[in-house]
Write a protein that binds this ligand. Structure first.
Ligand code: M6R
Length: 604
């Protein structure tokens, strides 16, 4: 999703903006641009595609004094990914960048066109700069024109605007899309959509709240809140410990992140396991008082981990659990009762649909908890309680280690609640905790396993579709396997409960239908096997994933003998992740930044 950077200072503005945008690449984008105001003149560059194209265009450009610059990576919503549609958007003497959607742009655009304004792009964003310049004609000062403009916008936005009418200033507004400002001892000011571009430059940062707007000059940050009251920035320290997110010799970030899962899960578990209880210092045990239901709400991969949690919570914690897709939940006038703990799950903590459901739950007076990977993200700041997954920066658009750590947290949380509710014996909890300790070993990628999957992948590059099938908690894993494959291979794939195939999808069975069958030894093996046999009898091409060879399968990927179905779950997770990666790599796709997708979906 779009990324924003801004800089005010005397250093090399171009480099700072481009490097900042690189740090935001993981959010997904299809074009990029910068605009810099120096000595009263603007320089503006835009390019479609990857940032190298923008670097190429700016290679002969540099700044050598004080300047105000803004930059943007665009993920197309209104209008195709073209240079004209790329940000920053220009008026007579101002430039703007924007992340989000201006819902009333059509009305504003019509009025501006009637006033004689010529639009260059198809975007919703361009109205902001023209509306601002229109207001500037009648306002007594630049900020008055900017504030009026913001009050006229409906929708979600993070906005930066630079104008010749006040050249030493960057104007900003935030509502619904993330943005922060950082500063240092050198009177420099940095803006960005997330912390990463600011690490190494700023020692303290202020995260804007929804409704905040104002302006920043080299020695001043002026913020107003949604009620137009002036407020002081609330600075927090920014870690200087920049996590190196390089590929470390792997072909893709996704591959590196699959291999990292053993280490990050160790981090997820660290300090949280005692012999017979789970420790979540970040929770207050009282949150479970008077709670009769847990409602889990998320999107995409995070939704799949939530679905895994629903099996664990009902099985171990004996608590009624319901599951919601955030984009559906938002608009269906759901019943929200106060005996429900509302849990949102998000890698980024910024997904617009999920964030909105969290706001709804808070408004309805429910207790809220977020399971999240990004500290200080919007959801983390909003929820009553937060458990961080500690997966580290995930750069691959296709989520892997975020999912693994989310499921780990949920397994722990199910035992934490089981202890509170006495729904499992102390012995059983201790046994489960010792299984949890084994996950890092089971998710280590072996050369043999990776080599086998790499070789097998060449047989799965065509066909009219894939079905990933599993039962019980292996059904959400099947959904996740199918999502991974379609995201990065662009092949059609579906996740299905094994027992449900005979109620319709089996009609598709033929040698060109590839079935990826999850066959755990420790959970419903015979039942799952029967379902796969039904498909095999109808000549579907079967790839079985199991610890035990299965003679009805065309291909077989062996996992190790595991003590428990959850350890089989984690081993199979590695297999489906690697299978998708290798198929995508063979097809020559951009594994880390698949077409049409964004890492952080901050529009609804
Ligand atoms: O940051 P979130 O976990 O809230 O993101 C939710 C989905 O957009 C995300 O999981 C998406 O489905 C990924 N591309 C999956 O690989």
């Amino acid at each position: 999703m779009c990324g924003i950077v801004g800089y005010l200072g005397k250093k090399n503005t171009k480099e700072i903006l481009l490097n900042g945008l690189k740090e935001l690449e993981y959010r997904g984008y299809d074009s990029a641009g910068i605009a810099v105001l120096e000595n009263g003149n603007f320089s503006n560059f835009k390019a479609v595609g990857k940032l190298v194209n923008l670097e190429e265009k700016t290679k002969n450009y540099s700044t050598d004094g004080f300047s105000a610059g803004i930059g943007h990576t665009r993920w197309a919503t209104h209008g195709k990914p073209t240079e004209l549609n790329a940000h920053p958007h220009v008026g007579q003497s101002s430039y703007v960048v924007h992340n989000g959607i201006i819902e009333n742009y059509a009305k504003l655009k019509k009025e501006l066109i009637n006033d004689g304004i010529k639009f260059l792009s198809q975007t919703d964003t361009e109205v902001i700069v023209h509306q601002f310049e229109k207001n500037l004609n009648s306002a007594s000062n630049t900020f008055e024109a900017f504030s009026k403009t913001i009050s006229e916008l409906d929708g979600a936005y993070a906005i930066l605007l630079v104008t010749k009418s006040q050249p030493d200033t960057i104007f900003f507004a935030k509502h619904g899309s993330p943005m922060l400002v950082g500063t240092n001892n050198e009177s420099e000011q940095y803006f960005a959509s997330s912390d990463t571009p600011l690490i190494g430059h700023c020692n303290e940062v202020n995260y804007f709240e929804d409704g905040d707007y104002g302006y920043v000059s080299s020695n001043n940050i002026t913020i107003f809140d949604k009620d137009k009251n002036k407020k002081e920035p609330i600075f927090s320290k920014l870690s200087q410990n920049k996590l190196s997110a390089q590929k470390d010799g792997f072909r893709f970030f996704m591959e590196k992140e699959i291999y990292e899962q053993s280490d990050v899960i160790s981090d997820t578990l660290m300090g949280r396991l005692d012999d017979d209880e789970i420790i979540f210092n970040e929770l207050d045990k009282k949150i479970f008082d008077d709670i009769n239901e847990i409602k889990l709400c998320a999107c995409g991969t995070s939704y799949h981990s939530a679905m895994s949690a629903s099996y664990l919570f009902e099985r171990y914690s004996k608590i009624r659990t319901s599951l919601e897709i955030a984009s559906e939940f938002r608009y269906r006038n759901p019943i929200m009762s106060k005996d429900t703990l509302f849990v949102v799950i998000s890698q980024s903590g910024e997904t617009a649909d999920t964030l909105e459901t969290l706001k709804m739950a808070k408004q309805a007076g429910l207790k809220t908890l977020v399971i999240c990977n990004v500290d200080n993200s919007s959801m983390v700041r909003l929820a009553d309680y937060c458990i961080l997954t500690r997966a580290g920066i995930e750069k691959g658009v296709a989520s892997t280690k975020a999912f693994a750590t989310q499921v780990t947290i949920f397994w722990m949380l199910s035992l934490y609640i089981a202890k509170l509710k006495n729904s499992l014996s102390v012995d059983e909890i201790s046994k489960q905790i010792s299984l949890l300790r084994e996950i890092p070993t089971h998710v280590k990628v072996t050369d043999d396993m990776h080599e086998r999957i790499k070789r097998l992948s060449k047989r799965y590059l065509h066909g009219h579709g894939f079905f990933f099938i599993g039962r019980d908690i292996f059904y959400p894993l099947a959904l996740e396997g199918a999502l991974k494959l379609k995201e990065i291979s662009y092949l059609h794939a579906e996740g299905y409960p094994s027992g449900e195939m005979k109620h319709g999808p089996i009609a598709l069975a033929d040698p060109e239908l590839f079935t990826i069958a999850l066959l755990p030894q420790n959970l419903l093996y015979e039942k799952s096997k029967n379902n796969v046999e039904e498909l095999s009898a109808r000549d579907s091409t079967i790839c079985a994933i199991s610890s035990k060879e299965f003679d009805k399968a065309d291909d077989f990927i062996q996992i190790s003998e595991c003590k428990d179905y959850m350890l089989e779950f984690f081993e199979m997770m590695i297999v489906v992740q690697l299978l998708s990666l290798e198929i995508s790599a063979r097809l020559g796709n951009d594994v880390d930044m698949p077409r049409n997708l964004a890492k952080s979906v901050t529009v609804e």
